[in-house]
Design a protein around this ligand. Structure first.
Ligand code: HEM
Length: 456
């Protein structure tokens, strides 16, 4: 098994052996899918039997077990398209504050974005307004990191060889032990602390609209049993900030990196923005009139993957697909990075080319149907995530030029497309220059901040 950037090795296996590759690691079968059609036919069309999850330490602690279906029901209730659109005011507010930070302190763009995505998720999840050096954000980020490293394919080995659980932490190569222990502690903190805060607000009648408040007011969505319901709400809100903030951050960073690799795209987008929106900030109401911006969002989700190998599924009963036998218990990995780079489907896959989604003559799959996963396990946060990404892209391009930083030698720095390993991936830190597009940009942003309502 490769130990980093697994998706690239799995992709190469696909090129060598075909779109469906079976490997066996210490008796555990894993099926790796490298084709959109195969993933669609197995994970979507046969979702009924392909929607189990392998046991993943830490991830499971937080989010599986017999009540899992109830979690999912709570999520799909809280974040269907209509409910997700109901949170656009939160996204608009935090995004406007982001623009102001990019105006005054552009070099720390990645830090500002991290705070913004955290603020959006905490407000929508719990109605919690974050502060500088926020404790809950710190816990959420640490728990998220532990979860991401614990959920890599190599990490399942601990389940295949349970004796590994007894290897002491100091033993060379046994860092998974530490990750597991710290992860469990963090997941407890993550579930308990923010939840206790939110319950107090709710009981005092001060809770702001949020996923949490919605579920507290509709407890039967989670469960008929009030004790179980409380538990599900606690876990679901914790999962939300463990999964939501970093994923949106990663896709926005990919968009910024892409602007450095494909500067001409930025010009086309800005021409569309100037023509359609003029000299105000784009809003969600402009979405239909800005197809090129929407195409950039789609291409950002395709060009590099937030979750390159998806989240593994497990087939619950024996199956036969195109003559291949897939036994019950096989772990199914949809190589979302590989599927998004299949040149039979996306021509010149390495190029950042939003136009591919505007060509009505030869339609290609919408990357949302890849990036957010499959079947019954499809990401319930996808509408919320797309809304956030869309506004970041539209308003950043309306206000700023995103260009390469200039090195000490006077040459432009085009950062390589290097990404972190782990279940969720994001670009390694890179420098870039974010400058206002015109003299009035500053006034426009300051005026927009001043016009924000006092509170949500
Ligand atoms: C760009 C942002 C995001 C991406 C690319 C993304 C991607 C994914 C993927 C690939 C899966 C696994 C699907 C599968 O098993 O086939 C997933 C699951 C999940 N996502 Fe997201 N996600 C994003 C944002 C969010 C947000 C904002 C939330 C919270 C509101 C969220 C909550 C979840 C949850 C709870 C699951 C588990 C679903 C299950 O196991 O049934 N995600 N996501």
């Amino acid at each position: 098994m490769p130990t980093s950037q697994e998706w690239k090795t799995f992709y190469a296996w696909g090129l060598a052996h075909g779109p469906l590759v079976m490997v066996e690691v210490m008796g555990q079968k894993m099926c790796i899918i490298n084709s959109y059609r195969v993933a669609d036919e197995l994970l979507n069309d046969r979702s009924l039997i392909y929607s189990d999850r392998p046991s993943m330490p830490m991830v499971n602690d937080l989010y599986v077990g017999p009540v899992y279906k109830k979690h999912r029901r709570a999520f799909h209730h809280g974040f269907n398209r209509r409910e997700s659109n109901g949170y656009q005011n939160v996204q608009t507010r935090e995004n406007t504050l982001l623009l102001e930070k990019l105006l005054t302190d552009p070099d720390k763009y990645a830090h500002h974005l991290r705070i913004t995505t955290g603020a959006i998720i905490m407000m929508i999840g719990l109605g919690y307004p974050i502060t500088e050096n926020d404790e809950f954000v710190r816990i959420a980020e640490a728990a998220q990191l532990a979860m991401v490293s614990a959920a890599r394919p190599g990490a399942y080995l601990i389940d295949l060889l349970p004796i590994l659980k007894y290897v002491p932490e100091w033993f060379p190569g046994a860092s998974f032990q530490k990750v597991g222990r710290e992860g469990r502690e963090l997941s407890q903190e993550l579930q308990n602390k923010p939840f206790a805060w939110a319950v107090k607000q709710f009981e005092e009648g001060n809770a702001l609209p949020s996923f949490f408040k919605d579920l507290m007011e509709n407890k039967e969505v989670a469960s008929d049993d009030p004790v179980e319901s409380q538990h599900i709400i606690k876990c679901a809100t914790a999962v939300m900030y463990a999964t939501g903030a970093d994923t949106i951050l990663s896709s926005t960073l990919t968009f910024i990196l892409a602007m450095l690799h494909a500067p001409h795209i930025q010009k086309i987008a800005q021409e569309e923005l100037d023509r359609v929106v003029g000299d105000r900030l784009p809003t969600y109401a402009d979405q239909d009139a800005l197809p090129y911006i929407t195409a950039i969002v789609k291409e950002s989700l395709r060009w590099e993957s937030v979750i390159p190998l998806g989240v593994p599924h497990r087939v619950m009963q024996d199956d036969v697909y195109n003559g291949y036998f897939i036994p019950a218990g096989t772990i199914i990995i949809a190589n979302q990075w590989g599927i998004s780079h299949d040149d039979q489907v996306f021509s010149d896959p390495s190029a950042f080319r939003p136009e591919r989604f505007l060509d009505k003559e030869s339609p290609v799959p919408d990357p949302s149907t890849i990036a957010f996963g499959w079947g019954r396990r499809i990401c319930p946060g996808r509408f919320l995530a797309e809304n956030s990404l869309w506004l970041h892209v539209a308003t950043m391009l309306a206000c700023f030029n995103i260009t390469p930083a200039v090195g000490a030698d006077g040459k432009e720095i085009i950062p390589p497309r290097e990404y972190t390993s782990g279940m969720a991936s994001r670009p390694l830190p890179f420098p870039c220059s974010i400058t206002p597009r015109s003299k009035v940009t500053g006034d426009l942003i300051k005026h927009s901040v001043a016009s924000l309502p006092e509170s949500y």
